[in-house]
Design a binder for this molecule. Structure first.
Ligand code: FAD
Length: 448
């Protein structure tokens, strides 16, 4: 079948970064008939023995699924994921309380990061007009000519030119460095005080140690632990905690004391020996959020995924938002018939709605509310979620939990946050009128 598009068939698109967003983007551009070259620092992860990444598994939701669907990958990836229909809240006493994510049938999926990346690379490679170049680390590039310089592991360098450069090289993007040199480019990078550490909960007698179709959460005020299921029947537990708390624990006995105090139900499941050992295997990892604008330089380069908007992981949206970037850009290309210069020009001048800054509020607004999630205990968490769910049930069109809008719709993030603030006002007004009416009723019955 002839690829669509008229203006740019033979144009070369360089996708820098072959991680999750880069490899999916390669499929998008190849599907449109561009000549796609992917450049990735790492060796081919499909051949590597150990794959280093940001987290072992991830929660895939609606936005990400829609983006995969567009290149025919949704079914395959969903079939390799584990549905999580509800959160399972673990209280300190070990009590488990499920809270559904949304309506019946709504669920998110636990997917293996390395496997997803491998599948997407293999898919990209199926297009005859897409080529994957591993062991190519971008050093610098020119916004004037599109000439890029790559370092190879043998010490050599390569110079390659492209018509369009798509920066998908993650939160510490090398592509973004050129943006920083330009006037009127806004940029901020913030490390949250929390770090994260991953621990494995092995199967028991060949079966999952806990109920598998849940995202398990242990909310403990300033820190929390979560656990997502894997296909090999293990759980990956992620402990989020301020760095200073991580640093206080310096011996195996202190690890045990800490878990005994806050997560006693997990000790027999992770195993005391494994806990003592694994806590010290890797230091806690930092979490950064990145905001910047604009996301493009002329018609030469665009940033997508974490390179444009890295977020803290508490809402499970980083990858989903990055995948959605691919759809949004594809929609813009459709609108302007793939004419890149027209596309960029008209987009900024005539269609602010389609501005490539569409995601910028994901962090500003969501980020703040997400961090709060770590500051709740199980009782408060349960109470709030139940109230939200009941109100949603009573008034499905008026009160929609923020989580539902973010996770199960493609409502633009800033719109979801705006609506959430509006709903909060409505809820407060309702509670106020209700308590006023009750007081009046009380006075009236007392008098009569
Ligand atoms: P990356 O995954 O960082 O990939 C960037 C790629 O670029 C890498 O392959 C890298 O090797 C390559 N690269 C870097 N520099 C260069 C260079 N100079 N030249 C060439 N190549 C280069 N998101 C969710 O949606 N759901 C979740 O549940 C979730 N959980 C998370 C849990 C944790 C603990 C963390 C830290 C993040 C989580 N995220 C989650 C966020 C998600 O991991 C990121 O949003 C996602 O990985 C972004 O993909 P990316 O391709 O933009 O960047």
């Amino acid at each position: 079948e002839e690829p669509s598009g008229t203006h740019t068939k033979r144009k070369v698109v360089a996708v820098v970064g072959g991680g999750l967003v880069g490899s999916l983007n390669a499929c998008y551009f190849a599907q449109r008939g561009f000549n796609v070259e992917v450049f990735e620092t790492r060796e081919d992860i499909r051949q590597a023995k150990i794959v280093r990444g940001r987290s072992i598994n991830l929660a895939l939701s609606h936005r990400g699924r829609q983006a995969l669907k567009h290149v025919g990958m949704e079914e395959k990836i969903v079939s390799q994921g584990i549905p999580m229909h509800a959160r399972m809240i673990h209280s300190l006493s070990g009590k488990q309380s499920p809270i559904p994510y949304g309506k019946k049938g709504q669920y998110i999926l636990s997917v293996d990061r390395a496997n997803l990346n491998k599948e997407l690379l293999t898919e990209a490679e199926k297009y005859p007009n897409a080529k994957l170049n591993f062991d190519h680390k971008l050093q610098d590039w020119s916004p004037e000519t599109g000439l890029m310089t790559f370092a190879r592991s043998d010490g050599s360098t390569e110079h390659i030119e492209a018509d369009l450069i798509v920066g998908c090289d993650g939160a510490f993007s090398a592509i973004r460095k050129q943006f920083l040199r330009r006037s009127r480019f806004n940029y901020s990078q913030t490390y949250i005080p929390h770090g994260y550490m991953e621990l494995t909960m092995p199967p028991i007698d060949g079966e999952f140690a806990m109920k598998p179709n849940y995202l398990h959460i242990w909310p403990r005020n300033t820190f929390m632990m979560i656990a997502l299921p894997n296909l090999d029947k293990t759980f990956t537990c992620t402990l989020f905690m301020p760095f200073e708390e991580f640093e206080k624990i310096t011996s195996g006995d202190e690890v045990m004391e800490f878990f005994q105090k806050y997560f006693p139900d997990t000790i027999p499941l992770i195993g005391p020996d494994a806990l003592r050992r694994d806590y010290f295997r890797l230091p806690a990892q930092a979490m950064v959020s990145v905001k910047c604008s604009p996301y493009h330089i002329g018609d030469k380069c665009v940033l997508m995924g974490d390179a444009a908007h890295a977020v803290v992981p508490f809402y499970g949206q980083g990858m989903n938002a990055g995948f959605e970037d691919c759809i949004v850009f594809d929609e813009i290309l459709n609108q302007f018939d793939e004419d890149l210069s027209e596309c960029f020009h008209k987009r900024t001048k005539k269609t602010p709605r389609m501005s490539w800054r569409y995601e910028s509020s994901i962090d500003a607004d969501l980020g703040g509310s997400l961090q709060m999630r770590a500051h709740v205990n199980s009782k408060w968490f349960l109470f709030r979620k139940h109230v939200d769910n009941i109100l949603h049930l009573l008034m499905p069109k008026t009160i929609i939990p923020l989580y539902t809008m973010v996770t199960f719709t493609r409502t633009r993030y800033h719109k979801a946050v705006e609506r959430w603030h509006w709903q909060d006002k409505v809820k407060h007004k309702c509670f106020l009128s209700l308590s006023l009416s009750l007081s009046v009723l009380q006075i009236w019955t007392a008098q009569s």
